[in-house]
Design a protein around this ligand. Structure first.
Ligand code: TMP
Length: 205
């Protein structure tokens, strides 16, 4: 039996890393074999592409080039890590995937969803997350948390209107695909947030 593919999504400052670890531990405690990974990245070559995408440079990356780099990293990640793990029956818990591309490169950068869809078809060949947990906070909370970070990458330096578009796109995806995408509001006590995530997972496994 193949494993399941779970992704976590959300704008900057929603607490994705903490909750990703929680999802992985929750599954492992129930005996599932889990691979935790991230996008862009997850394999040596995809991590190199991640550096190109996230590091500040004097050379701007045009939006279409950014999109193609995201998909180049995804192609390597799928081929080398995700598909083999799923075939072995392992569960893959991934920090971001295709929804981030629609949100950031589509809504954020203004690239057409038809172009993204066409590339997704070529690269993913029908592979979609089985479950996506969308972590959400008010934009002001995200802004406050981002402002406190010492170091910010190419995306984290974007301004509020960019993140407003990204967040709206994520919420649209969740509204269109309520079966796959479950939203959890995270600016609450962590015990409450994790109880909600555990509830989603319990219904799912
Ligand atoms: P992270 O810092 O949450 O790991 O994500 C790295 C950045 O990459 C984040 O700002 C969102 C961005 N990103 C995209 O713009 N498009 C994508 O398809 C993915 C996977 C990430």
């Amino acid at each position: 039996m193949t494993g399941k593919f779970i992704t976590l999504e959300g704008i900057e400052g929603v607490g994705k890393s903490t909750h990703l670890q929680f999802v992985a531990s929750w599954l492992r405690e129930r005996g599932y074999s889990v691979v935790v990974t991230r996008e862009p990245g997850g394999t040596p070559v995809a991590e190199q592409i991640r550096s190109v995408l996230l590091e500040e440079s004097t050379d701007e990356i045009p939006p279409l080039a950014e999109l193609l780099l995201m998909f180049a990293a995804r192609a390597a990640h799928l081929e080398t890590l995700i598909r083999p793990a799923l075939s072995r029956g392992e569960w893959v818990v991934c920090d971001r995937f295709i929804d981030a591309t629609y949100a950031y490169q589509g809504a954020g950068r203004g690239l057409s969803s038809e172009v993204i869809e066409a590339l997704a078809e070529i690269v993913q060949q029908g592979l979609r997350p089985d479950l996506t947990i969308l972590l959400d906070v008010p934009l002001a909370v995200s802004l406050q948390r981002r402002a406190a970070w010492d170091q910010r990458d190419r995306f984290e330096r974007e301004q509020d209107p960019f993140f407003a578009r990204v967040q709206a796109a994520y919420r649209d995806i969740a509204a269109r695909e309520p079966e796959r995408v479950r939203t959890v509001v995270t600016d609450r006590p962590i015990e409450e947030v994790q109880a909600d995530i555990a509830g989603i997972m319990s219904n799912y496994v």
